[in-house]
Design a protein around this ligand. Structure first.
Ligand SMILES: [Fe+2]
Length: 182
């Protein structure tokens, strides 16, 4: 029987691989943009997609915005969720452990952007952007893009999100919660 070879952690290598990580971050950012670009041009039929949700799902929940797993890549390369936002509901402020691309399917979302202050290890609010139905955006992994999404409109909003994780990790392996301005 074949067993997995043991994995040992070496001490941090330092500069050479730190620089490689910086260089790769740009490539990952570009990849996320490519995914969003594809999502903008080749969105599956929205009505068919939303019809697959459980009955009543598009009404949302009184407690919090709701998340519905709608696709898990068989090779575990990415997963997709539909999020339903009632008026006044919002995500926590977060960076990402992986790339994300999303598209607003119905209604309007408000995206708050933050800048990471490494010295105080705190996210500082930078600006606010409105996303309307049809808008598509990407978010790279890491702390260079920190945001919170929410619904400040009077109507329910619905969005489709793709993440670079398997379905088993979509609940805990995406958002990187950070302390932020009140
Ligand atoms: Fe996010």
């Amino acid at each position: 029987m074949t067993t997995a070879s043991p994995l040992t952690a070496a001490r941090p290598v330092g500069v050479p691989l730190d620089q490689l990580a910086l260089d790769l971050a740009d490539i990952f950012t570009h990849s996320a943009r490519m995914v969003a670009s594809h999502l903008a041009q080749h969105l599956p039929d929205t009505d068919t997609l939303l019809a697959a949700l459980p009955p009543g799902a598009l009404l949302g929940s009184a407690e919090t915005y709701t998340r519905h797993l709608v696709y898990g890549d068989p090779l575990e390369r990415f997963s997709a969720m539909v999020l339903v936002w009632r008026p006044g509901q919002a995500s926590p402020v977060h960076g990402h452990r992986t790339w994300c691309a999303y598209r607003v399917l119905r209604g309007t979302l408000t995206e708050q952007h933050y800048r990471w202050d490494a010295a105080s290890r705190h996210a500082r609010h930078a600006n606010t952007v409105t996303r309307t139905a049809g808008d598509t955006f990407s978010v790279p992994g890491g702390l260079q893009h920190i945001h919170a999404l929410g619904n400040t409109s009077d109507e329910i909003a619905v969005s489709l999100h793709l993440y670079g994780v398997s379905r088993d990790h979509i609940a805990t392996g995406v958002n990187l919660l950070v302390p932020a301005d009140a």
